[in-house]
Design a protein around this ligand. Structure first.
Ligand code: NCD
Length: 434
């Protein structure tokens, strides 16, 4: 027999070490709703908890308990899942999931990124992290994430130590995540970790008191990319006179394994009255629990396998690469060409003010049918404004985690070296920020 809902909820919060606030955030409901579920049955304000909420919590608990049971084994392995509860993003916190953000804290981070723009755009220099060391630990391929984290840290005056791939780290000798993480803590002030196993970055976090930033954990999350995407949408919308509240966002491609899409949709769901059109080949749909969370937050979600209808009214078209390297037995989908975003389709199907985004890399090989290069140089394509935004957003993240955000303004000095007016030959000049 099920325990009464109040006991069940209290027990869940205790097990997960979560406050009512963070637990409500995790469930995607308001704190007020959670409060009413916790009241005694006889109270006038008491509400019965929906059955789906009980199921969702049961799943979260099953994961968390699995972790506790496997804790000793995980000390030497890679399979442990959640070990560190989500804590609000702030000084010396880890950054593991977008679930750590409220709309206010995400907006505040974007505002701090604006303040970083003169440095990111090489007009000013800043030394607030002089003497600090970043450990960039990348156990999976990366260009943008690794280099923009390094650039962000360097531009704040800090230095970077790197390790790339398993081959050149002691993990190749069987060292555990725990030992690796604790060791690196003695050498660096903050760690960025990318790893192929979902939940593994949380294990790094469990073994250290220096901030750990999730640079992508398997098919799990990529929270800093989602913050970059949010910031880019804000910038593009401010140029176009639009607001995120009420926007229609089409997300296209591999929504099952594309971790950037998981983080982005959760982050955008902090805004109001969103409409999401999720378009993927069959068998690569967005995980159900994420769709469920978004719907629970009161947004409109439609799932389809066909591009045409889904994108006609969209304000943003976010397209992604098929993540074949993560497939576990799935066949490469047929008719991939029907998901390709190219100039003809954008001209024929989309609003004239569409913003086209992609977390990159795009797969430009024949037969991949990823975002076509024929849109390059078109003002609707914001992909390189998006990659450029990796630097100010990641600077803002470091400044917040290391508690120097208040020192940035007075540390700014003029930069003296030559920089081109635009960074790429196809770049259009858009409204400058900062
Ligand atoms: C993505 C990633 O690694 O998740 N890229 C990125 O970090 N900007 C997307 C991908 O690999 O397709």
């Amino acid at each position: 027999m099920n325990p009464p809902q109040q006991t069940f909820l209290r027990d869940a919060m205790r097990t997960l070490r979560m406050t009512r606030e963070s637990f409500a955030l995790r469930l995607g409901c308001t704190k007020r709703a959670l409060d009413t579920w916790l009241l005694p049955d006889e109270s006038k304000e008491f509400r019965a908890m929906p059955e789906v909420a009980r199921k969702f919590i049961t799943e979260i608990l099953a994961n968390a308990r699995g972790v506790a049971v496997s804790a000793a084994a995980a000390h030497h392995g890679l399979t442990q899942d959640e070990t560190v509860p989500n804590k609000e993003f702030g000084v010396l916190s880890h950054l593991l999931s977008v679930d750590q953000f409220s709309r206010e804290s995400a907006d505040a981070l974007c505002a701090l990124a604006d303040a970083m723009q003169p440095v990111a755009r090489r007009r000013k220099t800043c030394r607030v992290l002089e003497g600090a060391v970043l450990a960039n630990l990348f156990f999976e391929a990366s260009t943008r994430t690794r280099l923009s984290f390094a650039s962000a840290f360097n531009r704040l005056g800090g230095s970077v130590s790197d390790t790339t791939g398993f081959t050149y780290s002691s993990m190749a000798k069987g060292e555990s995540i725990h030992d690796t993480s604790r060791t690196v803590s003695g050498y660096a002030d903050v760690m960025v970790v990318r790893h192929p196993d979902q939940g593994s970055v949380r294990q790094f976090a469990a073994a250290t008191n220096i901030p750990v930033i999730n640079g992508g954990d398997g098919a799990g999350e990529h929270p800093t990319q989602a913050l970059i995407d949010l910031y880019t949408v804000q910038q593009e919308f401010s140029r176009l006179g639009k607001l995120i509240d009420g926007a229609h966002i089409a997300i296209v491609g591999d929504l099952k394994y594309g971790r950037t899409t998981h983080s982005l949709i959760k982050l955008l769901s902090l805004y109001k009255r969103m409409r999401f059109s999720l378009v993927s080949p069959p068998s690569l749909e967005m995980p159900e629990e994420i769709c469920h969370l978004i719907a629970q937050r009161g947004h409109n979600v439609d799932v389809s396998h066909s591009l045409s209808e889904a994108i006609t009214e969209a304000d943003v078209l976010y397209t992604t690469r098929i993540q074949k390297e993560r497939f576990t037995g799935e066949a490469v989908p047929e008719f991939l060409s029907s998901y390709e975003i190219n100039k003809k389709r954008v001209n024929e199907l989309c609003r004239p003010d569409i913003v086209v985004l992609h977390p990159l890399p795009r797969d430009s090989r024949d037969g991949a049918f990823d975002l076509n290069t024929d849109l390059d140089g078109d003002s609707r394509l914001a992909i390189f404004r998006q990659t450029d935004n990796g630097v100010p957003i990641r600077m803002a993240i470091f400044a917040t985690l290391l508690g120097v955000d208040g020192l940035v303004q007075r540390s700014l000095r003029d930069a003296n070296w030559a920089v081109p007016l635009t960074l790429g030959p196809d770049d259009i000049i858009i409204e400058p920020v900062g």
